[in-house]
Design a protein. Sequence first.
Length: 74
Amino acid sequence: MNAVPTTYEIRVDGHLDDHWAAWLGALDLSRARDGTTTVTVSVVDQARLHGVLAALRDIGAVLIEVRTAAAPPR
């Protein structure tokens, strides 16, 4: 198991309201002019990532892209 968190950026179709950030857990929402929202979340394991993806599914969000975010320089 990886003890170092990995940051993911999950882009979904549409603009998610801020209240979903609290419901989905500790994550950031960023809305773009193209009508998409990027959900940024750091997770320590795949189970947490799958939990976020399942929660997005449950609210009807349409996934466009899932990728790891660039790690900040050390």
